[in-house]
Design a protein around this ligand. Sequence first.
Ligand SMILES: Cc1ncc(CN)c(N)n1
Length: 225
Amino acid sequence: MKHQDLINACQQDWDAYIQHSFVQQLAKGTLAHTCYLHYLKQDFLFLKQYARAYALAIYKANTLADMRGALLSVNTLLNSEISHHVSYCANWGLTESDMEAEDEDAGTVAYTRYVLDTGIKGDIVDLYAALAPCSMGYAEIGRNLSADENTKLQGNPFIDWITLYAGEKFQQSAAQGTAHIDTLLAEIDLESQRGQNLIKIFRTATRMETAFWQQGLNAALENNV
Ligand SMILES: Cc1ncc(CN)c(N)n1
């Protein structure tokens, strides 16, 4: 099987994630700032846990090449994505220590600990099936937003976010990650018990991504915006 089989098997859940109202409001520049700020703070905490999950992938790796690949992902997360995140959060008045001091929301805990638990219980392929919707999904969203002529580029307060995920660096590292997942999946038959179990993991993580967007939108309800 290939990564596209994972997506095809849960197309409806995948579309709900990729086309979520949070994403559409980002593209139009209309998202309530409370929602965005809440998302940014939670995403900082999310990315830290994600770096731990890639560190687990080093531990779970069977080959030196896979260990190096996972190390590269830890490095990209800590020194590129989180660093970018911290610097554009500063434009929104959020410091790194503000975000460190924030409590994790239920959706942040649920998603990240699901990924870690899946990796601890399972093997390297289970772990990557749980990690995959994160980078593959944001890369697809970045491509969609940059290709869509209705995406507001001028005067969009969320342009830094769009630029980060549509940008060459993120796209390239997501493409490398996807190629690696294809290598891990190559020997697994889609119809086998193993294949179906990987689909279940991938679908759960995809549903967690949708819940993460919704958690951002819900901040407006909680703050009566
Ligand atoms: C919740 C979430 N999912 C995915 C990504 C992209 N690494 C992110 N920053 N945040």
